[in-house]
Design a protein around this ligand. Structure first.
Ligand code: ATP
Ligand code: MG
Length: 362
């Protein structure tokens, strides 16, 4: 993150599939916010994913990494597609994304799930359950059972045995707890730490370190703890009880996908990945939607809201972020809908990606 200034350099990664379309829509919105608020964002494009494999035979070339690291922030659309699905692992788009997260030290993933009143009927849950839901999941992104060693599949006593290790060091827990404390303090000030401390030793350490950090350094934040199985149940039973949730990589993977379904459409969900210092990466939660790519049907709002998160968390421009969020709500109030958020007989106007971007910009 940087302090507020008059001119920023942002690396823009349009990626694959619907990426270029939603990027165009987002550029329009950023251009308007810059013009009206009197600051500049230079958007410099770079290659990642399938586009980078085709051009450079590398899903995240060194020059893209160098450019990202030299920027104030990074805005990413989405990557992947059928074309590269059968490539060897080192030539898959997803490998580029993992490399970017690792090389940029992005250990915290922020996924807000905010139910907008205009889209309540898009949720599969009852109105009274989802109305007013505003949950932020802070997921640790570079540790846990995904990266712990030893790992593998061995033959033991004549049969195959597979194993991975859930490992967290004190310093890894400490730094994610600080991000979560900071995020919670800027929201309603309620932080729920999710673990499985009744069974797992690593979770007991998690609980101890989170408690230490929050009670010592974030006294204004109200901390509670919940076991992950209960949290999964409570998120569906009564999601309004949550403000900010912090958890390890695998629990966060599952809970953030679960929380996203409260909102209704993937096309509405932004995310932020941030590190200790330096630029973060802001991207929609959805993939490249190859089934609708190039048809001007994609919902650009997840990427537009990701740009708002970038303004808030990386560029020190919270007012401008709020303006974008209000513009999105205003467009929904005007009953403008892309196909993914259109309900049969809702009396709303069906538009494409281009028109939706223009409506938010207007
Ligand atoms: P990934 O593995 O990269 O997360 P995925 O396989 O989970 O990708 P997505 O690409 O996210 O899948 O698409 C899942 C479904 O949601 C598809 O039918 C797609 O068309 C739809 N979808 C995803 N993003 C959008 C969007 N922005 N607007 C409209 N529909 C979308
Ligand atoms: Mg997916």
């Amino acid at each position: 993150a940087v302090s507020k200034k008059d001119s920023y350099l942002v690396t823009l990664l349009p990626g694959d599939g619907i990426g270029p379309e939603i990027t165009e829509a987002t550029k329009k919105v950023l251009a308007v916010i810059c013009e009206k608020s009197g600051f500049e964002i230079e958007l410099k494009e770079a290659l990642i994913g399938g586009a980078a494999i085709d051009a450079k035979n590398d899903p995240f070339p060194q020059e893209s990494l160098d450019q990202c690291l030299a920027s104030d922030s990074v805005l990413l659309a989405c990557i992947g597609g059928y074309k590269w699905d059968k490539n060897p692992r080192e030539l898959r788009p997803e490998t580029g994304l993992l490399k970017m997260r690792k090389e940029m030290g992005l250990f915290a993933n922020l996924r807000p799930a905010k139910v907008l009143s205009q889209l309540i009927d898009a949720s599969t849950l009852k109105r009274e359950v989802v109305e007013g839901v505003d949950v932020m999941v802070v997921r640790e992104l570079t540790g846990d059972v995904y990266f712990g060693t030893p790992k593998g599949i061995d033959v033991i006593d004549g049969q195959r045995v597979g194993y991975n290790n859930m490992i967290y060091s004190e310093s890894e827990i400490d730094r994610i707890a600080r991000v979560a404390g900071d995020v919670a303090s800027k929201r309603k000030g309620q932080l729920c730490s999710v673990d499985k401390a009744n069974v797992l030793d690593v979770s007991q350490l998690w609980r101890d370190v989170v408690t230490d950090v929050i009670t010592k350094d974030f006294p204004e934040v109200e901390l509670s703890h919940m076991y992950v199985d209960n949290a999964a149940m409570q998120l569906i039973r009564w999601p309004k009880q949550f403000d900010t949730i912090v958890c390890g990589n695998i629990f966060g993977d599952i809970l953030s996908d679960e929380a996203s379904m409260l909102v209704g459409s993937l096309g509405m969900l932004p995310s932020a990945s941030i590190g200790e210092s330096g630029p973060g990466v802001f991207e929609p939660c959805h993939g490249s939607a190859p089934d609708i790519a190039g048809e001007d049907k994609a919902n650009p709002l997840a990427m537009i809201l990701s740009a708002a998160m970038m303004l808030k968390y990386d560029l020190d421009r919270p007012e401008e972020a709020a303006i974008i969020e209000r513009a999105v709500e205003a467009v929904l109030d005007e009953k403008i809908r892309t196909p993914d958020i259109k309900q049969e007989g809702d009396g709303c106007k069906l538009v494409g990606c281009t028109e939706m971007g223009q409506a938010v910009a207007d």
